[in-house]
Design a protein around this ligand. Structure first.
Ligand code: ATP
Length: 199
């Protein structure tokens, strides 16, 4: 699996629609300070479902929408789509190519899509779980993040190892099952209360 392309429109400094095509191997993005190099990495993080605005270097989620310049009016939405080569089927989806997109309007309304079909953030998270690419992944290492990883609490650092070991989806399923079990326990208690009232 590798990143084939990124399409950006209205995200941070990218007012015009732009598409970056990548090929197998190493790609470098160079440019003057403040020209938007890190915004490309932010765009990838964002489309993968990043909800922590600090990770995207903003104050509120709407800050990712192009805010205008002296010469250009602000835009109404931010859009990012990434296309991954999935011919090795690393992603558990029956397509050789997977495109994931996210759009956010100033109203706060947002939409995610996988291969053109609307989906939930949960579906995006599940698609990338245990691949190292998702929101807890390590495929994007930002400036200062190595220091952060080394100085983080052992239990926080463990999330990284869980992702690499491919056990995040099992932990997530376990948590869902425990939650359901708790709910069923409450239902059972209610039921036995009703039964004892009827007796
Ligand atoms: P450096 O080399 O200094 O790290 P860089 O090339 O990585 O810089 P970025 O941090 O990616 O640059 O981009 C910063 C630029 O993006 C700034 O000029 C900032 O004004 C612009 N920018 C960020 N958010 C928005 C937005 N919502 N609308 C318009 N421009 C934005």
């Amino acid at each position: 699996m590798y990143l084939k392309s990124i399409e950006i429109h209205g995200f941070k400094s990218f007012a015009n629609k732009i598409k970056f095509d990548f090929h197998n191997g190493i790609t470098g993005i160079v440019g003057p300070n403040g020209s938007g190099k890190s915004n490309v990495a932010d765009a990838v993080r964002w489309v993968l479902g990043e909800q922590r605005i600090k990770q995207l270097r903003g104050g509120s989620m709407q800050d990712v929408i192009f805010s205008g310049t002296e010469l250009r009016k602000p835009l109404g939405y931010a859009y990012v789509a990434i296309t991954l080569d999935n011919s090795d089927h690393s992603l558990a989806i029956d397509y050789d190519e997977v495109t994931v997109s996210r759009r956010l309007y100033r109203s706060g309304e947002s939409e995610y899509m996988i291969n053109g079909s609307a989906c939930r953030l949960k579906d995006v998270n599940e698609l990338f779980m245990d691949t190292g690419i998702g929101k807890e992944g390590y495929s994007i290492i930002g400036q200062g993040q190595i220091d952060q990883i080394l100085s983080s609490k052992p239990e926080d650092r463990r999330n990284l190892f869980d992702e690499a070991a491919g056990i995040v989806k099992f932990k997530s399923r376990k948590e869902t099952a425990i939650k359901k079990l708790e709910e069923e326990k409450i239902n059972l208690t209610r039921l036995s209360d009703i039964l004892s009232e009827l007796e």
